[in-house]
Design a protein around this ligand. Structure first.
Ligand code: NAD
Length: 480
């Protein structure tokens, strides 16, 4: 099956395995999670490549900070249209390298097109302020692009994460060096290519791959970089935030979650099950806003866990390219290993396994949709982000206990609740500690809304006007 040639993309040039000075770059074998087979060899940047990308990013910033809002809007709208034209090819390659179903990767392409279209409008609405001053004096507040951005995107939304990491800096007038996950390079290159084909000067956005810690240390030590945008685990986020602090680099951090889902007896339980089961097993649960801890009112607990397990057991797991597949493999061999450890630990602690709990087959990285209930809070899985196809269901006696459990962990990314009681809806909206709250819905992401968390789930937001503002700095000018 054909898969694109892989490269770094520095100053609009595709940089392959062969070094210009002779010899070969190090490489990473990109795997198809459905088979474990090698799709291609990805060149990894060395220090010289990174230095070149930094010098080009400095030039790119000098060019793009002087661009007009209309120029930036034209590039973003043009790229959105190209992504739609190329949807099938981009989606297919993303499924090959990440594993999720084609239906899901097609949606990712649309998400990026919508975000770029939104930012095409938003970049034309970066307004300043004139302050009231005595006659003859003037004070103004304007917004300027922060400078070259270092952006790190993970593998779980190989297209959408890269759209976020590139879209906001381009809209703000910054330049950007993005290091996507080495597991899903073709998707990242396709998003960048759409921007370049739509007229983005090649110095403005570049893509490098490498040994993650080497790349982040190198870029964040450079005085050229003025902002870090990272999506990934809390542990890596904390490490990068420390590196950024050394150079007073601004940060936007989108980190881990452990999504609580409060289910009250007054909700339409069959409807909740139909929506929540689909959402839980989307991308095999490898989603930072995945619903994870189901906190269920005791009078509907048995019905809920039985109904959840029945629906989970009926999910068709297979190759994401097969149109009958409802859940693909996990993205890399680390994930099924992590699942086995966390689920084994939960069962040792006394949890009840309703369905799943094992790998499927001996080819690729498949894992069964898994449902656990009665899980003691001391089990690791009740405290660490599982990032996999496992639902954790526990029973609670009243609203206060349910809210306390939702807020127990240091994470605060997404929280969900289902109830038909209007007064309770308001209490939940006010009391749940999360950057995004879905009440009677799982649709919590949109191009015009901030996507981000609180507490250990990070700070700052992507998407929405907030994602654009995160790439701008204020300048107050006072004229006496
Ligand atoms: P990981 O924590 O090593 O990596 C997570 C991401 O960070 C990857 O994209 C990786 O390339 C990148 N990364 C790792 N070290 C880095 C460094 N020093 N500098 C820059 N980037 C670095 O582990 P993993 O096995 O890829 O994923 C495991 C965990 O990561 C998951 O359990 C989940 O908690 C988290 N994760 C979160 C998201 C998210 O959307 N928030 C996405 C992917 C992974």
């Amino acid at each position: 099956m054909s898969y694109p040639e892989l490269s770094l993309m520095i100053a609009g040039e595709r940089i392959g395995l062969a070094k210009e000075t002779g010899g070969q770059r190090r490489s990473h074998a990109v795997l198809n999670p459905a088979t474990g087979g090698v799709l291609g060899q990805l060149p990894l940047a060395d220090a010289d490549d990174l230095d070149r990308a930094l010098a080009v990013a400095e030039q790119g910033f000098a060019i793009w900070r002087r661009s007009t809002a209309q120029q930036r809007a034209a590039v973003l709208s043009g790229a959105a249209a190209l992504l739609i034209q190329r949807q099938e090819e981009i989606a297919r390659n993303a499924t090959l390298e990440e594993g999720k179903t084609l239906a899901e990767t097609r949606i990712e392409v649309l998400m990026v097109a919508q975000l770029f279209s939104f930012y095409a409008g938003e970049t034309q609405r970066i307004y300043g302020r004139a302050l009231v001053r005595p006659e003859g004096q003037r004070s103004t507040v304007t917004y300027e692009p922060v400078g070259p951005v270092a952006a790190f995107a993970p593998w779980n939304f190989p297209i959408a994460n890269c759209g976020r990491k590139l879209g906001a800096p381009v809209a703000a007038g910054c330049s950007v060096i993005m290091k996507p996950a080495e597991e899903a390079p073709a998707s990242a290159l396709a998003v960048l290519q759409a921007l370049l084909d739509a007229g983005l000067p090649p110095q403005v956005a570049q893509v490098v791959f490498g040994v993650p810690d080497e790349v982040s240390r190198h870029l964040l030590a450079s005085p050229i970089i003025r902002k870090l945008s990272f999506t990934g685990s809390t542990v890596v986020g904390k490490h990068l935030a420390k590196l950024a602090a050394e150079n007073c680099i601004r940060t936007t951090m989108e980190l881990g979650g452990h999504g609580p889902v409060l289910v009250f007896a007054d909700a339409d339980i069959d409807h909740v099950l139909n929506v929540a089961v689909g959402h839980k097993f989307r991308n095999s649960g490898q989603v930072c806003v995945s619903p994870t801890r189901f906190i269920v009112e005791e009078s509907v607990y048995d019905r809920f866990r039985t109904g959840f397990a029945e629906r989970a057991a009926a999910i068709r797991v297979g190759d994401g390219l097969d149109p009958d597949t409802q859940m693909g493999p996990m993205a890399n061999p680390r994930r099924p290993e992590a699942m086995e450890v966390l689920i084994g630990d939960a069962i040792e602690h006394g949890a009840t396994l309703h369905t799943g709990g094992k790998r499927i087959g001996n080819q690729g990285f498949f894992f069964e949709p898994t449902v656990l209930s009665d899980i003691p809070l001391s089990a690791r899985i009740m405290n660490e982000e599982p990032f996999g196809p496992v639902a954790l269901i526990n029973s609670y006696s009243d609203e206060a206990a349910m809210i306390a459990e939702a807020n127990r962990l240091p994470y605060g990314l997404a929280a969900y609740a289902w109830t038909s009681n209007a007064a309770r809806q308001k209490r939940l909206a006010a009391q749940l500690e999360a950057g995004m709250v879905g009440i009677n819905t799982v649709a919590i992401g949109a191009a015009d809304a901030p996507f981000g968390g609180v507490k250990w789930s990070g700070h700052g937001a992507e998407d929405g006007p907030e994602g654009l503002m995160a790439c701008l700095v204020t300048k107050a000018v006072h004229e006496g």
